[in-house]
Design a protein around this ligand. Structure first.
Ligand code: LHQ
Length: 247
């Protein structure tokens, strides 16, 4: 949970480091079966904390933005994408700039009906970063992605649902419970198969059919060795609910 509610969870370098640590920790421990990223208070994440650079700008300084991105968001985003677990963005409130990129790097976006979304970069004279040019066109199509990126328009949860930017919208009052239910459902599924699935689909966006089929065969070769596969087939034949252990 991003936890600077008074700043709508705008990201500092410390928070970015902590997110990297959290995802690396989850991956290294190998025991979790789903991850939820959400925000405390009324915001999800307002992107980069703009006050971090304010004084330097006033003093005539300029940001070494490449170094900043390399050590923060551009380090974090690939770790999220490569996490072999279902990662849910529970967008409880506004998601702006790198905060929207963070949500789009996740595998599933669930929104509160109070959530709002903006490619805020243009409003401060910036182009997208943190995957803001990569994920959005893939999720909602090039034309709408470019429109939102050029205008920085703030869209509400209903519009985000219509665009396919989020999968589900829940009432704010029950949002945490609704998210917990979806996370529990995903965590009860064959975790290894989900990890392979997210990797296969992402890679296939950049591959030709022949190579994609080869990768599918390699992944399936690993999947048929898993206990969850055996359990799934056995439970189906025995006409009972499967109990998956993520193994
Ligand atoms: C904030 C922020 C914020 C600090 C709200 N920072 N305080 C950028 C730069 C360089 C290198 C690398 O990459 C990046 C990536 C990026 O993420 S660029 C995009 C940065 N984000 C933005 O430009 C969004 C700025 N925020 C807003 O436009 C609005 O706050 C939104 C639309 C998110 C929400 O509007 P409201 O619901 O009306 O809330 P608010 O504006 O009143 O904000 C509440 C407080 O949070 C307020 O502080 P205050 O002391 O007045 O209560 C804001 O100043 C503070 N806050 N975002 N990014």
């Amino acid at each position: 949970t991003l936890n600077r509610p008074e700043r709508l969870n705008a990201l500092t370098s410390v928070m970015s480091d902590e997110l990297v640590d959290a995802f690396e920790g989850v991956n290294a421990a190998g025991v979790s079966r789903a991850v939820v990223v959400t925000g405390a208070g009324r915001g999800f994440c307002a992107g980069q904390d703009l006050t971090e650079f304010e004084q330097a700008y006033r003093d005539g300084g300029r940001l070494d933005v490449k170094a900043h991105l390399d050590t923060s968001y551009h380090k974090l985003i690939p770790i999220i994408v490569n996490t072999p677990l279902p990662v849910i963005a529970a967008v409880n409130g506004v998601a702006a700039g790198a905060g929207l990129s963070l949500a789009t790097a996740c595998d599933l976006r669930l929104a509160s009906d109070e959530a709002r979304f903006t490619q805020a970069f243009v409003k401060i004279g910036l182009a997208p970063d943190s995957g803001g040019s990569y994920f959005l066109p893939r999720l909602i199509g090039y034309a709408k992605a470019l429109e939102l990126t050029m205008t920085g328009e703030l869209v509400d949860a209903k519009t985000a649902l219509d665009l396919g930017l989020v999968s589900r919208v829940f009432p704010a009052a029950s949002f945490r419970e609704n998210v917990a239910d979806v996370a529990a459902e995903l965590a009860s599924l064959p975790t290894k198969a989900i990890g392979e699935s997210k990797r296969l689909l992402r890679e296939a966006l950049e591959l030709g059919l022949d190579v994609a089929l080869d990768r599918e065969a390699d992944a399936q070769d690993r999947m048929v060795q898993t206990a969850d596969h055996i359990e799934g087939v056995t439970a189906f034949v025995e006409k009972r609910e499967p109990i998956f252990k993520g193994e």
